[in-house]
Design a protein around this ligand. Structure first.
Ligand code: NAP
Length: 298
């Protein structure tokens, strides 16, 4: 028989957390017929009912422990700060041979929180789909979210290669490219590419909010001048982002320190009328944009 690669179909998927990422994953897997049965759990009854009504889960469980019983794939898709308590609850109920994965935006803290609760014979493959929108909740999901995006896996040494291969193949089937790296390295890379931009967006929107009212009105009116893009990023889920900064403290502080130095250099160039310096910095930034376009990640 021909080798068709790792098996990417599952009998029962348990989704813990039914927001943007959990629902998008369910829709994307459903669109490709990758599982027979979808069971979901979310903290609130309202979200569980909405998920059932929308139809991306077949059954809502009354607890995370109940959701994972008999599942061969468990996806933890809650804010990263909730990962540890979820793992502690589901640990004793995980089926032997099953795979647990997650989608958290920070990896080392999540590995530290989840791994100790994974029993022998269950495989944990931490993951982070680098895809998202500023919307959250069960209605925000859509099947195409992961197409053309990266998914980063950060398995710890000694993880069953077969389980890593299945999760890799799963993300590829959903249209993503997959890279594998060390969790700490992931956190450093994402600190500058995602976490710091969000922090800057939250700051600049906050600064504008604090302006006296006449100026504030005009900020809204003339938002298209650049401010609007920051407001979109700053509309992201506050709980998710609170947890990201608390969980990726070291890497974010490191990148923030570097950013601060560069901002001071710009401030100095403006103060002393150093146009050449400004132009040099802006030209280098423009080249980065071109590379992103060329990489198809715009
Ligand atoms: P979301 O839309 O806000 O959904 C989060 C879900 O988790 C909700 O269903 C929420 O339940 C549930 N939840 C929260 N605390 C819980 C708990 N203690 N027990 C059970 N369920 C709980 O967030 P999301 O964007 O899908 O983010 C989920 C994960 O994906 C996060 O770790 C985030 O870092 C990661 N991620 C996000 C993005 C992005 O752009 N948004 C991209 C990549 C990865 P209720 O609705 O019932 O309260």
């Amino acid at each position: 028989m021909a080798d068709n690669g790792p098996d990417i179909s599952f009998e029962r998927v348990a989704l813990i957390g039914l927001g943007l990422i959990g629902s998008s994953l369910a829709w994307a897997m459903r669109a490709r017929g990758l599982a027979r049965d979808y069971v979901g759990f979310s903290r609130s009854e309202a979200t569980r009912s909405k998920a059932l009504e929308l139809g991306f889960i077949d059954r809502a469980a009354a607890s995370a422990a109940e959701a994972v019983a008999g599942a061969d794939l468990v996806v933890v898709a809650v804010p990263v700060g909730a990962s540890g308590s979820i793992a502690e609850e589901i640990g004793p109920h995980l089926a032997p041979g099953s795979i647990v994965t997650d989608v958290g935006s920070v990896k080392q803290a999540v590995v530290d929180a989840i791994a100790p609760h994974i029993p022998q014979g269950v495989h944990f493959v931490p993951g982070h789909p680098v895809a998202g929108t500023e919307h959250s909740g069960p209605e925000a999901g859509f099947a195409e979210l992961f197409e053309g995006r990266w998914c980063i896996l950060t398995p710890v040494q000694g993880t069953d290669p077969g389980a890593v291969a299945r999760i890799t193949a799963l993300w590829r089937a959903l249209g993503s490219e997959v890279d594998t790296m060390d969790a700490r390295h992931h956190d450093m890379v994402l600190a500058i590419t995602s976490h710091l931009p969000h922090l800057i967006a939250y700051t600049i929107v906050g600064t504008a909010t604090d302006l006296e009212s006449s100026l504030k009105q005009e900020v809204i009116k003339f938002a298209a001048g650049g401010f609007r893009d920051f407001t979109r990023i700053a509309a992201s889920d506050p709980v998710m982002w609170r947890d990201v900064f608390l969980a990726n403290r070291e890497a974010v502080l490191e990148m923030l320190g570097r950013f601060d130095e560069d901002l001071t250099a710009l401030q100095r160039a403006i103060r002393y009328g150093d146009g050449d310096k400004l132009e040099e910095i802006f030209a280098a930034s423009r080249a980065v944009r071109r590379s992103i376009l060329e990489a198809g990640q715009a």
